[in-house]
Design a protein around this ligand. Structure first.
Ligand code: NAD
Ligand code: TYD
Length: 359
């Protein structure tokens, strides 16, 4: 038995790979193109673990994906690979269309052929047991007003950014492959994640890193936009649970009931830094907060109703927001080399040095 993940050197995928190795003996094949967001340094602790096989490559490469499926015969494919940063999707949507839509389409096509060839009578019904799990976002549902109820799995899709539109398209393709071809799919739509290995151009890591560097903490618009935050390892446990027990064809919203305005998040990060690594001049970090021009088309509020995954699959997050954010700030304080490498781009050199031909 083996699972194949795509995008497993990114923020969530690398946390998933580390957690998988910690929770299971089953091999994991990790296909990642290593774009700016992919970082093998995240996987350093399992680099020599034979349970984890890393392959640098594109999930849009038909020959490569077919080769990996034929060689490793996975019982499940988990699709994390994506272009994921909303701001980048506004300045350059092309990569998002290519990766999130066309890439996922290619992965589905390869999977359909592979799954179609699985024999129903081998390995205790490998064909029926096979799963394609697609990792998606709550942003496909669009924006809520302050008083709207949180997103359930029945909300209609109203994506507003090129990122969320491209993820919505990929979700629709996954759904269509189930309805049209019977492919055994599962989809998860999760709220904003935070935690270790988060690329420092997203809100929480950017604030931690900029604060320490004495730089401005840029808050878009009035800072009253609301996001619903989940510690990344809790997202990973939800994905493992959906893979294990989810009903084929179903969608599961994943979230931890942690709605917070952006400004509150920034103040929380500042207060933790004041406690854990005070400024040398004794002043509070929140003095670095700077209001900047709002993001075009900025969604006002996201909120996840997680009752389905909680009641049907018995999943619950392990961290509160308070415990998770403290761990996260501490992780960034403990890993200045990771931050420096990611910021300088020199982690590509580091990877070449550490991994040589393996990368
Ligand atoms: P990320 O940008 O940190 O990582 C994406 C990974 O995909 C990178 O390692 C990158 O190298 C890889 N990749 C990109 N194009 C590829 C290609 N063509 N072939 C193979 N690999 C490729 O993103 P993330 O934050 O880890 O998000 C992972 C998934 O979870 C995405 O699908 C995203 O939409 C979804 N998601 C993210 C969040 C969040 O808060 N970050 C929340 C909900 C859902
Ligand atoms: P981000 O981390 O980019 O995630 P997403 O856009 O997928 O929700 O942004 C989270 C929120 O923080 C979002 O409302 C935009 C806001 N934001 C800022 O105010 N300043 C920043 O520098 C960044 C990166 C984001």
């Amino acid at each position: 038995m083996t699972i194949l993940v795509t995008g497993g050197a990114g923020f969530i995928g690398s946390n998933f790979a580390l957690e998988w190795v910690a929770h299971s003996d089953e091999p994991i094949v990790n296909l990642d193109k290593l774009t700016y967001a992919g970082n093998l340094q995240n996987l350093a602790s399992i680099a020599d673990n034979p349970q984890h096989v890393f392959v640098q490559g594109d999930f849009g490469d038909t020959a490569l994906v077919n080769h990996l499926l034929a060689t490793h015969q996975p019982r499940a494919i988990l699709n994390f690979a994506a272009e994921s940063h909303v701001d980048r999707s506004i300045s350059g949507p092309g990569d998002f269309i290519h990766t999130n839509i066309v890439g996922t389409f290619n992965l589905l096509e390869c999977t359909r052929a592979y799954w179609g060839g699985l024999k129903a009578d081998t390995g205790g019904d490998a064909k029926a047991a096979f799963r394609f799990l697609h990792v998606s976002t709550d942003e496909v549902y669009g924006s809520l007003s302050k008083t709207d109820p949180a997103f359930t799995e029945n909300n209609k899709y109203e994506p507003n950014s090129p990122y969320s539109a491209s993820k919505a398209a990929s979700d629709h393709l996954v759904r269509a492959y189930h309805h049209t071809y019977g492919l055994p799919v599962l989809t998860t739509n999760c709220s904003n994640n935070y935690g270790p290995f988060h690329f420092p151009e997203k809100l929480i890591p950017l604030m931690i890193v900029n604060a320490q560097a004495g730089k401005p903490l840029p808050v878009y618009g009035d800072g009253q936009q609301i996001r619903d935050w989940l510690y990344v390892k809790d997202h990973c446990s939800a994905i493992r649970r959906v893979l294990e027990a989810g009903t084929v064809g179903e969608v599961y919203n994943v979230g931890g009931w942690n709605e917070k305005p952006n400004l509150d998040i920034v103040h929380t990060v500042c207060a933790l830094l004041d406690e854990l690594k005070p400024r040398t001049d004794g002043k509070p970090y929140h003095e670095q907060i700077t209001y900047v021009t709002d993001r075009p088309g900025h969604d006002r509020r996201y909120a996840i109703d997680a009752r389905k995954i909680e009641s049907q699959l018995g999943w619950k997050p392990a961290e509160t927001f308070e415990s998770g954010i403290r761990k996260t700030v501490q992780w960034y304080l403990d890993n200045p080399d990771w931050v420096a490498n990611v910021q300088s781009g020199s982690y590509k050199d580091w990877v070449a040095q550490q991994y040589g031909a393996k990368a």
